[in-house]
Design a protein around this ligand. Sequence first.
Ligand code: 57M
Length: 363
Amino acid sequence: MLYHLLYSLAQDIHIFNVFKYITFRSAGATLTAFFLGLYLGPRIIHYMRRVQGKGQPIRAEGPQSHLKTKVGTPTMGGLIILLSLTISTLLWADLSNPFLWITLLTCLGLGCLGGIDDYIKVTRQNAKGMLSKVKFYGQVLVVLVATYFITIYLPTSVESHLAVPFFKDVLINLGFLFIPFSLCVIVGSSNAVNLTDGLDGLAIGPIITTATCFGIIAYLVGNAIFAHHLQLHYVPGSGELSVFCGALVGAGLSFLWFNAPPAQIFMGDMGSLAIGSALGTVSVITKHEIVLALIGGVFVIETLSVILQVLYFKHTGGKRIFLMAPLHHHFEKKGWSESTVVMRFWIISFVLALLGLATLKLR
Ligand code: 57M
């Protein structure tokens, strides 16, 4: 909104020329979302505590410590993230950009789905929530619509193609398989963040590092000069996603303020499904899906631990590879404190982010 309002006045008031720059608007979006989240946080936490009563139902099969330390914590803290993210994005982004709307609406669509799941969990005081099939079909429906519009607005040179990091000239044309592939990336990242969000601050840390990296990637991929210089596949218009990612970083930092141990609130599926899908959508639009798997490696490792554990559990009649899946519970059961697990997963996430950014240069 500010872009449309103030940049048009740049002829008369030169200072407003600065609104032309995505970097300036991304920084503005980050700070706006951060301070907005800090303002909304206490009010939303107070409200959720009041209306949720017992708060997030804690799984009985979880680490016994959780049954003592987590009881009564409210969920749906994703509302803090989504409100500050959305308001800041609408304030600072170019609202004529289709990729921005695709990403924001996918994020909010999955956020609504997650919010319904959280609501069912809290009102029924049952950690199972909505039927997993219904939740999955809801995710697929929202993401299918998003993927359709992505293919419409991507340039024909890359619209159904998969770029491979390190190999600048490799563009694999997936043809109609691009739709199921994109579905797997976006729904997969949504559920991967969902599974990871099992300890105070565990998911939001890698979300912040991943969103920071994709803010940089979107800016470079959407800038013809930088894309050419770095031999990236240029996607006109994708640079605006840098503003969205900036707002997500700011919103994530403000949520972390309240989710830092001991968490005052959990983000809920409202937050995890929404943000995971947003990161997946940005990676598909910027043609950096494989790099997302690297930068978001913590989410990948956590999901793989669950898949391996469940498959092994089923095929061996109850034996386990890990003491418990997802992986963060395995280390808890090995005696690591919650904060130790979280800090070490953050360190891994930071290293993976650096490796992911290195792929921009190593081509
Ligand atoms: C998503 N949700 C947390 C909170 C958060 C197949 C199976 C692996 C599925 C998996 C599952 O369904 N997980 C659900 C993870 C839950 O957090 C809520 O959910 C939202 C995110 N979706 O925002 O609202 C619990 O996590 C803790 N938490 C914090 N701090 C936070 O900031 O402490 C969350 C956020 C919260 C709170 O205790 O209640 C969750 O873990 O459920 N199931 C599992 O992950 C279970 N693993 C399991 O069953 N493993 C078995 C299977 C694989 C054979 C095994 O390994 O033997 C674990 N779930 C829980 N504890 N709660 C078991 C341990």
